[in-house]
Design a protein around this ligand. Structure first.
Ligand SMILES: [Zn+2]
Length: 247
């Protein structure tokens, strides 16, 4: 009998077995500095924005969303950053759906991802996001490894940016026998703390270590989610010889 495909049967685009996603929340003014650093090291970001906070003195302006984040992903983080698990279905749909609409308007293209404010979600929240057609929801629960998500709407990252330096060598040392994702989340505003693992110098060193490799797919959360969808659609060929994607 043909076996269903596993991640060991695939590589990421470009032939890499490893992928890197940097997922940063809130759209603070410090994103301007972070985007500059990402450009220097060839790393792409996934930026989760609260449309209701854009234009505040400590947040970026709505008019700069499209230009600042060009080449990166922009994704929802709700309009006003509430605990979504404390809201009704209607309120959840408005917080996420209205954020999606506002960000999509600013970008001129559809925004399909999400990061849960405070990492807070429950089955109701996840159900509403699924019904809205949101492709993934990133939590703030750290796996400390490089697994791919069982459910992209409950997508646990590898770790917070302050813990990422400690995982770099383990990531690079990982054998390329199956797909692996280093999924880092955090906030650029935290880097102003100036602490040993939470400073601009720390972040630049992390990006320098992660950048410039030809065995890594430098990508975004939505690109990974879409790629995993395509993998899941692949079936063993009816002849028992190889794989194909019937869609
Ligand atoms: Zn947030």
């Amino acid at each position: 009998m043909p076996q269903p495909p596993s991640y060991a049967d695939f590589l990421f685009p470009g032939g890499a077995a490893k992928a890197l996603v940097l997922s940063m929340d809130d759209g603070p003014v410090q994103d301007r500095r972070l985007v500059g650093l990402l450009g220097r090291y060839g790393i792409r970001g996934t930026f989760h924005l609260n449309s209701g906070r854009l234009g505040r003195p400590d947040h970026i302006d709505p008019e700069e969303v499209a230009s600042l984040y060009a080449g990166h992903e922009v994704s929802t983080h709700s309009v006003s950053h509430p605990y979504l698990d404390s809201l009704s279905r209607t309120e959840i749909a408005a917080e996420v759906g209205d954020d999606r609409a506002a960000l999509s308007r600013l970008l001129g293209r559809d925004v399909r991802g999400h990061a849960y404010p405070f990492g807070a979600r429950n089955a109701t929240v996840i159900g509403v996001l699924r019904a809205l057609g949101i492709a993934y929801g990133r939590t703030a629960d750290q796996t400390r490894d490089f697994r791919l998500p069982a459910d992209p709407l409950a997508w646990d990252p590898s770790c917070h940016h302050s813990a990422a330096a400690g995982l770099v060598e383990a990531f690079f040392a990982r054998p390329d026998d199956t797909l692996a994702l280093f999924f880092i989340y955090g906030h650029s505003w935290e880097l102003d703390a100036g602490e040993p693992t939470n400073s601009w110098a720390y972040m630049e060193d992390l990006l320098r270590r992660l950048g410039g490799r030809d065995d890594l797919w430098y990508t975004t959360a939505i690109e990974v989610a879409d790629y995993l969808d395509a993998i899941h659609a692949v079936r063993p060929a009816p002849t028992g010889d190889g794989l194909y994607n019937p869609s």
